[in-house]
Design a protein around this ligand. Structure first.
Ligand SMILES: [Zn+2]
Length: 302
């Protein structure tokens, strides 16, 4: 859906410059949101091959709308260009993000604005981090940090990627470890037809799936890499001074860690940026109050 733009991305420097041009940002968002032409958010009428308009007018119901109407960016007081600049910044981060970094980058005077934006950005990260692992995928689990309830951190990672020792990483917190939980995690994070290699211990040894080859029988296989990544996550949390937080908060941090890891696999930022913008423009608005469980910042500024 986003290939028409992804196939011809502007060079990185050029894109950075273009974000100052609000008209270009609106045109970019229009083409990403409606690659086949404007579709009215009010009545659903399609207008195939319609060209860019800053305020698209629906010929069926007569209403004009904004390009961000009915999306995560709906009703923002800031310009679309400011949002795109925030997402561009996000696409280039590889270690950690914080409200203060965002606030300084965008020149916000209000800490509260940075706090609200960071919640949305973290939600967009969770949406953008859904590309499944494929090929040969390693799966394992470790106890979640500070878990007192048996909570487990399930992880799946592609065994190889072009030019990298390991590929995409997906992690998920689970209340407990059962063969059903492992199978569900694999279906959510791994492409059907892939080969999954799990550790040779219960309950992994009792997992059965038809959509993909699942085995624990490769005795030559070692899970050091996935365990190393789990250890990296725990260290990353501690380095960022993350407070203990409820489960949803912690899953948000897990998503963020995976986002950074997977970002290092990208040779350029444009496709990642485009995916972030696409997710922001294709998800309905959120009530920020519904996101109050999310952490304010790994740095604990709020
Ligand atoms: Zn309409």
């Amino acid at each position: 859906m986003i290939g028409s733009i992804a196939n011809n991305p502007p060079p990185e420097v050029e894109l950075d410059d273009r974000l100052d041009n609000e008209s270009w940002c609106l045109s970019y968002a229009f083409r990403l949101r409606w690659p086949q032409g404007f579709v009215c958010p009010s009545c659903g009428a399609a207008h195939p091959k319609s060209s860019f308009q800053e305020k698209p007018l629906c010929r069926a119901c007569g209403r004009s709308t904004s390009i961000t109407a009915g999306t995560l960016l709906h009703g923002s007081k800031k310009s679309l260009g400011t949002w795109l600049r925030a997402l561009w910044w996000l696409s280039g981060e590889r270690c950690s993000i914080s409200i203060m970094k965002l606030k300084n980058h965008l020149g916000f005077s209000s800490y509260q604005t940075g706090w609200a934006w960071m919640k949305k950005l973290r939600f967009i990260i969770s949406l953008a981090n859904r590309t499944k692992c494929c090929g040969i995928v390693l799966v394992d689990s470790v106890p979640a940090e500070r878990s007192v309830t048996g909570e487990q951190l399930l992880s799946a990672i592609e065994s190889v990627a072009h030019g990298h020792a390991t590929g995409r990483l997906q992690m998920q917190l689970n209340d407990s470890l059962s063969r059903e939980a492992i199978a569900q995690f694999c279906r959510q994070t791994v492409t059907p037809g892939s080969v999954i290699i799990g550790p040779g211990r219960a309950p992994f040894t009792s997992v059965r799936m038809e959509e993909m080859i699942y085995t624990t029988e490769d005795s030559s296989f070692h899970h050091e890499e996935i365990l190393r990544l789990c250890a990296s996550y725990q260290l990353w949390r501690r380095r960022n001074k993350c407070r203990w937080s409820p489960r949803l908060s912690t899953q948000s941090l897990v998503d963020e860690f995976c986002f950074f890891h997977n970002g290092t696999l990208c040779t350029n930022r444009e496709p990642l940026f485009e995916d972030l913008v696409f997710k922001a423009l294709t998800h309905p608005p959120l009530n920020l109050e519904s996101l109050k469980e999310l952490p304010a910042s790994p740095g604990g500024e709020a």
